[in-house]
Design a protein around this ligand. Structure first.
Ligand code: P1T
Length: 380
């Protein structure tokens, strides 16, 4: 089936007891058993829940994996991946530019279990080769990165990793499965914060992991149940519903993202702009090759904290808020918000300056968004 058909139907059958077209919210913690060892495959809702399992099957199809597992947040999903791939004495390589919370998880929690991390520019393949050790078990990449939209070649990194017993994990949150499918490009595991484009309406927090290897899938299913950070039935329902319109939303985001990038490129107050759809972006050619759209995340540098503060204090239609990927436009200041946990020195090396503003362009009328920003630019 085509992607749009799968987005609506994969993993979902009319409810067997009523014929309900939409997968119901199975809001139950347990299931009655007919006798000892006699049940319909459902014992306890941490282990099995039909609403969550429909979402998991749907995402396994959309990402072309063997199975998917849904978690209580994007961070819970990433935590489960570290539990799957890493043990004491192992080493992992990670993009030096990821969502700040990913760095915080690895640096402030996972590292304390005796696991060593090397942070590299994963756009630099030679740097990746050099960072690999005999005990490297995971390369974690985010592409495009949050917030400066740097692009990593998923196929090339996978080819390097697979010379040894090392898995490639791709955080696909920014592109969603609609514009980029890492498993098809060679990666082993894909993770999303479903909080963003998959759900798409800024009303649920969740995460999902899709795996290519059956052995990894079986182990992650065990971890999901044993560690227990499952997505709730209601949140599963919301994400499943959101995914039905993922293709149409992403197309609309893409159009607005490009229009916004072109508008910002022409503003004299913008010192630098980061959007992979612009030919001036260093990752443009690679982005064109491995993604089928450029999305609607972009960042731009206003030169100073004062400029960023003044600008952000004047937006009205665009909401000053963390998060991204909803139908409404959100605008944020990475240095003090999403990336505050990244050391200042490291931030400035990556381009996350005090003047950097990030925008998640929604699907409102672009003229209204531009009018809102015009008013904010007038303060600078
Ligand atoms: O917030 P949560 O659902 O736990 O997802 C974490 C996460 C993982 N990966 C990426 C690329 C992300 O952007 C996020 C969360 N990001 C934000 C909250 C933000 O505003 O960037």
């Amino acid at each position: 089936m085509g992607f749009k058909t799968d987005a609506i139907h994969a993993g979902q059958e009319p409810d067997p007891s009523t014929g309900a077209v939409t997968v119901p919210i199975y809001q139950t913690s347990t299931y009655v058993q007919e006798g000892l060892g006699k049940h319909k495959g459902f014992e306890y809702a941490r282990t099995q829940n039909p609403t969550r399992m429909a979402l998991e099957k749907n995402m396994a199809v959309l990402e072309r994996g063997v199975a998917g597992y849904a978690f209580a947040s994007g961070m819970a999903a990433e935590t489960a991946i570290t539990q799957l791939l890493l043990k004491q004495g192992d080493h992992a390589v990670c993009s030096d530019n990821t969502y700040g919370g990913t760095f915080r998880l690895f640096d402030k929690i996972v590292r304390h279990f005796g696991i060593d991390f090397t942070y590299v520019n994963t756009g630099d393949l030679a740097a990746i080769e050099q960072s690999i050790r005999p005990n490297t078990r995971m390369i974690f990449i985010e592409t495009p990165t949050n917030p400066v939209m740097a692009i990593t070649d998923i196929g090339a990194v996978s080819a390097i990793a697979h010379r040894t017993d090392c898995r490639v994990v791709v955080d696909n949150t920014f592109m969603s499965s609609y514009f980029q499918r890492p498993l098809e490009l060679g990666a082993d595991i894909v993770v999303h914060s479903t909080t963003k484009y998959l759900n798409g309406h800024s009303d649920s927090v969740g995460g999902i992991v899709v795996l290519k290897r059956q052995d990894d899938a079986e182990r992650l299913q065990f971890i999901q149940n044993a560690a227990g950070a499952i997505l709730s039935p209601f949140d599963s329902f919301l994400v499943l519903r959101g995914i039905k319109t993922l293709p149409v939303r992403m197309e609309a985001h893409n159009v607005n993202g490009m229009a916004m990038a072109q508008y910002l490129s022409a503003k004299k107050q913008v010192q630098k702009i980061y959007y992979p759809g612009l030919p001036s972006h260093p990752g443009h050619a690679l982005a064109k090759k491995q993604m089928s759209g450029f999305g609607a995340m972009l960042a731009f540098d206003l030169g100073s904290l004062d400029n960023a503060r003044n600008f952000l204090s004047r937006v009205r239609l665009c909401s000053l808020a963390e998060s991204l990927g909803g139908v409404e436009t959100l605008i944020s200041h990475p240095a003090t918000m999403t990336h505050a946990s990244v050391p200042a020195e490291h931030r400035s090396k990556l381009g996350i300056s005090d003047g950097l503003v990030r925008i998640s362009v929604g699907i409102e009328d672009i003229e209204d968004l531009i009018a809102d920003l015009e008013n904010a630019f007038a303060a600078l």
